[in-house]
Design a protein around this ligand. Structure first.
Ligand SMILES: [Ca+2]
Length: 530
């Protein structure tokens, strides 16, 4: 524990030094890339930071990174999984891949550079085993890791797999606690602290995320909006509202209600002008953005049910009422087989959005890479807050789309220091503050993809990525016992599909005992295996 605190203090010293040097270098107040807190940071008075010894230390010294040569000639393999058959790797360089809009050359080149740096620094060769798991979770990928654990296979040193599979493995004792891995410091700034805080359970950290893997950054939920349309309609500007911490659910709904036009006068349908294009996932986005969590942790670090309150009911009812307002809200869930994209109705709405027929499109960050041919100007904003007093945004990592990095128990404890050191070094070379790194290039692309000023765009990037966390209640499937029963999301889906405008309390009451039982089961499975 003390090691964590020391590292966090050192990180703070560096953070302050970076902020000061940034202020000295130019008057550009926008780039708060060093801001890890997620909150709006006041630039500290430069006199507050003494000319200290720390400034002359290299980052390797400050963060206590291993720089020796005892691993010369070794290979480090990461087992990755996703549901694409043959996607570009986000771990190693993709030979022969150029000019792909959703996978820019700058990213691929940064992967190559990272491999070269790792080889030059530690003499270690980076490799990846990719496995396509069509169903994404609880299937072949999970089976492969389990079987590697059973046989003690040394095929791979770390895993980069679905959040759900990380959750399952962590309960059954299949993953190491990253707080206990020598050579790895999860408090280092290239690991995502808000993510770590959101998934820490039983006082342990079984999986993490950070600058090391950008595909998961693509899975952060956000709201894309058409800025030109807002100007034409004379609404308030969501980016400015977000920057001023006035971006709330009420504002979001109010702005959506400024657009409703039945173009062909045959009733509202998917080709009309409608303020918001979304889907059932919007409920999870709004709840998370309001600071509501299905699962929290108690003082002992044990999981506890934190979902229901009057505030929760208010948010749910607000979103339900918005969703049935078909003049201003259109849901992909109502459009199966009703558009030229029969099985992918969200693509129909995305096409509409591109053509200026919606103000908002609730999505994940990845979608902004697909708008280069959109004429109107657009940008991303975080999920709105419950109200202005919240003064903090929360961005939900899409639990289905995101992976996490973990060390599985196929490796013996004697290998942990090697694995920890390589992972931390890889993280460091991926860090957005490291010159021309993977994360640096990723953020540059997100920045330039938005049609905003650089300063505005940087602020949105900070507000979204520095507040991204995960809903452990979804990952651990609270409510399912032995594979059956309703999760919290299941009961919300029931309300949405029935077009209800209230009714959470009764449904919740019917299921609460089961939710609690499910949590007790998680605790007992964990206690038996760990
Ligand atoms: Ca119509």
């Amino acid at each position: 524990m003390s090691r964590k605190i020391i590292a966090a203090c050192m990180a703070l010293v560096i953070l302050l030094a970076l902020l000061v040097s940034c202020t000295n270098a130019s008057d550009d107040a926008g780039s708060s890339a060093a801001d890890q807190s997620g909150a709006v940071s006041d630039t500290p008075e430069s006199s507050a930071v003494p000319e200290s010894r720390e400034e002359s230390l290299t980052p390797e010294e400050i963060y206590d990174l291993y720089t020796g040569d005892e691993y010369e000639g070794r290979t480090f393999t990461i087992f990755s999984s996703d549901n694409d058959v043959d996607p570009p790797s986000d771990i190693v360089y993709n030979t022969g891949l150029t000019g792909d809009e959703s996978f820019p050359d700058a990213i691929n080149n940064a992967l190559l550079e990272r491999q070269n740096l790792l080889r030059a620094r530690l003499g270690v060769e980076l490799k990846e085993i990719y496995h396509c798991d069509i169903s994404r979770r609880w299937n072949t990928s999970l089976a492969k890791v389990r079987s590697a654990i059973e046989s003690g296979s040394d095929e791979f040193q770390a895993v980069n797999i679905a959040l759900y599979d990380c959750g399952t493995l962590s309960l059954e004792g299949g993953l190491y606690d990253l707080y206990d891995v020598p050579g790895l410091e999860p408090a280092n700034p290239w690991w995502d602290q808000t993510f770590n805080d959101s998934v820490e359970m039983f006082g342990k950290l079984y999986f993490t995320n950070g600058d090391i893997a950008f595909r998961t950054k693509n899975a952060v939920t956000c709201i894309i909006y058409n800025r030109s349309l807002c100007e034409r309609l004379g609404t308030e500007d969501p980016v400015q509202l977000a920057i001023n911490y006035q971006w709330t659910i009420d504002k979001c709904i109010e702005i959506s209600r400024s657009l409703s036009e039945d173009i062909n006068e045959d009733g509202m349908d998917y080709l009309d002008r409608i303020g918001w294009a979304g889907q059932y996932d919007d409920m999870a986005l709004m709840l998370y953005g309001s600071g509501i969590r299905i699962l929290g942790t108690d003082k002992q670090g044990l999981p506890e049910l934190t979902f229901y309150s009057e505030k929760t009911e208010e948010v749910v009812n607000k979103v339900l009422r918005f969703m049935v307002d078909t003049e201003h809200y259109i849901s992909g869930n109502d459009l199966w087989n009703k558009t030229p994209w029969p099985n992918e109705p969200m693509l129909a709405l995305f096409d509409n959005f591109k053509h200026g027929r919606h103000i908002f499109y609730a999505a994940i960050v990845e979608y902004i890479f697909k708008l280069s041919d959109m004429e109107d100007s657009f940008a991303i904003v975080p999920a709105p807050m419950y109200d202005e007093s919240q003064q903090q945004y929360y961005s939900l990592l899409n639990s289905f789309g995101a992976n996490a990095i973990a060390i599985a128990a196929n490796q013996p404890e004697s290998e942990l220091q090697f694995i920890g050191r390589v992972l931390d070094t890889l993280g460091y070379f991926s860090w957005k503050e490291y010159p021309n790194s993977l994360a640096f290039n990723y953020y540059e692309i997100v920045l330039k993809s938005q049609k905003l000023t650089d300063e505005e765009s940087e602020k949105m990037i900070d507000l979204i990525f520095n507040t991204a966390g995960c809903e452990t209640g979804a990952i651990y499937q609270i409510g399912k016992i032995g594979g059956s029963g309703n999760t919290v999301y299941d009961i919300l889906n029931q309300l949405m599909s029935a077009k209800r405008t209230e009714g959470l309390t009764a449904l919740y009451d019917q299921n609460e005992a089961r939710f609690k039982e499910s949590i007790d089961e998680i605790i007992s499975v964990f206690n038996e295996s760990n």
